[in-house]
Write a protein that binds this ligand. Structure first.
Ligand code: 9MR
Length: 372
């Protein structure tokens, strides 16, 4: 071998291990946080069908769990009384299974995005209690039954309390009465006895709401219902929720004997109109330039606040890891996050841990360090 060939051969030998080592030395969230709890993302249909291939890659690399952002909601999956549209939901479950991701189901009973036909008869008149119970039974039985053994757990009821702890006056509540909670959990359990069952809500750190949900857990248990965990959605902002209140909710729920999940974590970086917060989807305000200050990117100061706030939440998740079953980010990347359109449409928000170019944000390294 002459000298030139020898030096090329040596150089290429050196490159291979160097590249290999470089890849291995970058653990992702699922590698490290995954030892404590499930770490997930809400996925949309473009991701699971690989139409957004970059999003699909980012999910596979960084997370070990998924939940459908929209396609398992009543309106989508059950558009008419005896008509189900399974294709996107089937694909979501398939995407999860093919990539070793634990699949979570969202959501069975929710007043918002409920199928339009659910609460009225053919003449448009409100249905009777018996009819609605029957419809709820069929909906839950079909949807949960179809994915029996393939979905780890279901958000059985979503957002059923007001922030002051009173029952939200949903059609389910008005037509059936508070008994609908127990019925929904029983129907879901019968359809897949091995599936975990959850109650899920936003603004869960508000003391009145926390107390109402703890009471719900006690009532359900007293009635012999299965309930494994409560989801604190965690659509957070820079100045809400109060972290002590947040921790108090984790403690209170754990005391009731259920696991805690952070089911829809994100961090709203934009100014909110007065009295907005939580995730009340019906809230809406018109676009104003001054409410959209970071079109070209966060300022240094805002970036610093973003990092510190995310770290504060993950410190709490580490502290209470034994009580926590799952942390799920609500979306994959900033570009497709619902926060760009709520409560003001068309803004540029930065609430997630993956940016618009599908790059994992720098704070993730520090989050990972917390758990190493
Ligand atoms: O992120 C979802 C968005 O794409 C939908 O338009 C919206 C409509 O209901 O629902 C969003 O997800 C909500 C979730 O299902 C329940 N908690 C609040 C979430 C944000 O609104």
């Amino acid at each position: 071998m002459n000298k030139r060939i020898l030096s090329i051969a040596l150089a290429s030998l050196m490159l291979v291990p160097v590249a290999g080592v470089a890849q291995k030395s970058q653990p992702t969230m699922k590698d490290v946080l995954g030892k404590y709890f499930l770490i997930g993302a809400a996925v949309n249909v473009n991701t699971v069908w690989n139409r957004d291939a970059k999003a699909a890659e980012v999910v596979k690399k960084n997370f070990n769990s998924i939940v459908a952002e929209n396609c398992m909601k009543g309106e989508e999956i059950h558009p008419e009384e005896n008509v189900y549209d399974w294709k996107d939901a089937d694909q979501t479950v398939k995407f999860g299974e093919e990539n070793g991701l634990t699949v979570i189901g969202h959501c069975l009973v929710w007043h918002s995005q409920a199928p339009k036909w659910m609460f009225v008869d053919k003449e448009g008149k409100t249905v009777s209690r018996e009819v609605l119970i029957d419809r709820m039974y069929h909906h839950i039985t079909e949807v949960v039954g179809r994915y029996k053994g393939r979905i780890k757990g279901w958000d059985v009821i979503n957002e059923a309390f007001n922030d002051d702890g009173t029952y939200r006056e949903t059609p389910y509540y008005k037509i059936i009465g508070p008994e609908y909670f127990e019925l929904a959990f029983k129907f879901a359990h019968a359809a897949d006895p091995d599936a975990e069952l959850y109650y899920n809500d936003y603004s869960m750190s508000k003391p009145e709401k926390r107390e109402a949900v703890c009471r719900l857990v006690r009532n359900l248990k007293a009635k012999g219902c299965r309930i494994d965990a409560v989801g604190m959605q965690s659509h957070n902002g820079l100045d809400y929720p109060d972290l002590t209140d947040y921790e108090n909710s984790i403690k209170a729920l754990a005391k009731e004997g259920v696991k805690v999940q952070f089911t829809e974590l994100d961090l709203n970086m934009l100014p909110n109109p007065q009295n907005f917060g939580g995730a009340e989807i019906s809230q809406h305000a018109n676009y104003m330039k001054k409410m959209d200050p970071y079109k070209k990117g966060l300022t240094k100061n805002a970036q610093k606040q973003f990092n510190e706030r995310y770290l504060a939440f993950f410190k709490i998740y580490k502290k209470y890891a034994k009580d926590i079953e799952r942390v799920t980010i609500w979306g994959v990347d900033d570009g497709t996050s619902w926060l760009n359109d709520w409560p003001i449409p068309g803004r540029t928000n930065y609430g997630l841990l993956i940016d618009r170019n599908y790059q994992v944000k720098p704070v993730v390294k520090d989050i990972i360090k917390l758990f190493e």
